[in-house]
Design a protein around this ligand. Structure first.
Ligand SMILES: [Zn+2]
Length: 476
């Protein structure tokens, strides 16, 4: 066998040298010689079927779809920055030549066979990045995968390209917002568009992907919420990339210092007839219905499909659920969920008239109200059409905004603009000026001095009032 192998190598070298010396020898003969050689000595049996690259604000994920489990190793090189991935017994395939690298931190992908049986893939990077890799076993959506996470900000890549532009941090610090500000701070709503990147979420009959429509709804909801004074909405996921369920909660709580977490979904059910929107809160015990349990199980699969390495498994359940703080935030989740469901019921069909509960991992924040909105069933033909309509998405967004605003009008967080406005409102009554009224007549009627009336309405000595104008009357 060894002798046969060596003789093939020698024959290859001979052909090669012969070809260099005789450029006129037909290319076909050369290819044939090479093919014969490969078919006998190559023992590489696995191959890369496809490669996907997902760019997140502070990391790049490269996913290799493999024909089977493959032993691999990685290392980095600098000047220029590179990541090298060695895959044992793997063939060099076409998949490596058509990788979409747009806007990613990877400049180029190169590959070569080593010892005729192992594959070496070299990623040329635009900036130094920290690689982490792990293998994933097959699931409902994918076969064997090798995931390579390159940690580091793409913002620094862009800044590097345009030397004059400042580095734009994607993690806008909102902490300042939380400090005591004269006039109060904005209430922060974290909008979490479900799924993303490797995880497409549910897929409709017409091929609509949940991750795409829910991102559009999230953006539309952000626009509607930001029209409200004293409310600021921020997205946890800003593009098409995967976020772990745990990371979604952490972004909301630690990075955005959110006052509420709203996760947006559009799920599928095996029965295509299932229809209507639902709102969910976390349940500490069992689910309130079979559907709630099934959907929670489906949603919690996101980490498996999107790809999480073993050491990153989300184990918050046990610890956090024992926490009493959870009780309080769950009660608030039910209240806000009820308001949102009520408003949604005016613009779309509801699956059930009451808020449901199940063990959704993404809702396990101990200290902020968290709800998950299933905006409709993507598995239902009519609802899939609706979800693809921007007019319908806008209607949903307006309704959700109304529900959230109603909740914060009743439960404004201390120090927020809405809380301050409400405490000011409590000090004064309002009076709308009618024909024939003068300021002194009004003062008389409410038994306050003219001077007080002028002061609380910031008026000068010359009392100019108009019909229809609203003025403040101190509540004695
Ligand atoms: Zn979903």
């Amino acid at each position: 066998m060894l002798r046969q192998f060596l003789s093939k190598i020698i024959s290859l070298c001979t052909v090669s040298r012969y070809r260099e010396a005789n450029p006129k020898v037909s290319g076909r003969a050369w290819v044939l010689a090479t093919l014969v050689l490969f078919s006998t000595i190559v023992s590489a049996s696995e191959k890369i079927d496809s490669v996907r690259v997902w760019q997140a604000p502070d990391s790049t994920r490269v996913v290799f779809d493999l024909s089977g489990p493959v032993a691999h190793s990685i290392f980095t090189l600098d000047k220029p920055d590179r990541v090298v991935i060695d895959l044992k017994g793997t063939l060099r395939t076409k998949a490596l030549f058509s990788i979409d690298l747009k806007d990613s931190s990877i400049a180029k992908v190169r590959s070569a066979m080593q010892n005729k049986q192992d594959l070496r893939v070299v990623l040329d990077l635009k900036t130094p990045l920290k690689p982490k890799s792990f293998l994933l076993k097959p699931n409902a959506q994918y076969g064997h995968r090798l995931v390579l996470d390159l940690e580091g900000s793409v913002a620094s890549v862009k800044a590097g390209n345009a030397a004059s532009s400042k580095t734009v941090s994607t993690a806008t610090p909102i902490k300042k917002q939380q400090k005591r500000v004269a006039g109060g701070r904005d209430i922060i709503v974290a909008i979490d568009a479900g799924h993303g990147g490797e995880d497409p979420g549910a897929i409709g009959g017409k091929g609509t992907r949940e991750k795409i429509v829910v991102f559009k709804i999230a953006k539309s909801l952000q626009t509607e919420l930001n029209k409200r004074k004293g409310i600021r909405a921020v997205l946890t996921r800003k593009g098409d990339y995967f976020l772990k369920l745990k990371t979604r909660r952490e972004i909301a709580r630690k990075k955005l210092h959110a006052d509420i977490f709203v996760s947006i979904h559009a799920d599928a059910f095996k029965n295509g007839k299932a229809s209507g929107a639902s709102v969910f809160a976390l349940s500490r015990r069992g689910a309130t219905s079979t559907l709630a349990r099934v959907l929670a199980e489906q949603e919690n699969q996101a980490d498996v499909i999107g790809g999480v390495s073993l050491e990153d498994k989300d184990d918050v359940l046990a610890g956090v659920l024992a926490d009493l703080a959870m009780e309080g935030s769950m009660e608030h989740s039910l209240t806000v969920g009820k308001y949102v469901l009520g408003e949604m019921g005016r613009v779309t069909k509801l699956h059930k008239k009451h808020i449901e509960q199940a063990g959704f991992a993404v809702l396990k924040s101990p200290d902020i109200p968290s709800i998950l909105i299933e905006t409709g069933f993507i598995s239902n033909a009519k609802e899939e059409r609706n979800l693809n309509s921007s007019a319908h998405r806008k209607k949903l967004s307006k309704a959700i905004t109304k529900g959230i605003t109603k909740y914060f009008e009743q439960h404004p967080p201390p120090g927020s603009k809405i809380a301050l406005r409400k405490s000011t409102e409590a000090l004064y009554a309002k009076h709308t000026i009618r024909r024939g009224e003068t300021l002194s007549k009004i003062a008389n009627r409410y038994q306050v001095s003219l001077a007080t009336l002028r002061r609380v309405n910031a008026m000068s000595q010359v009392d100019i009032i108009k019909i229809g104008q609203t003025i403040r009357i101190p509540n004695s």
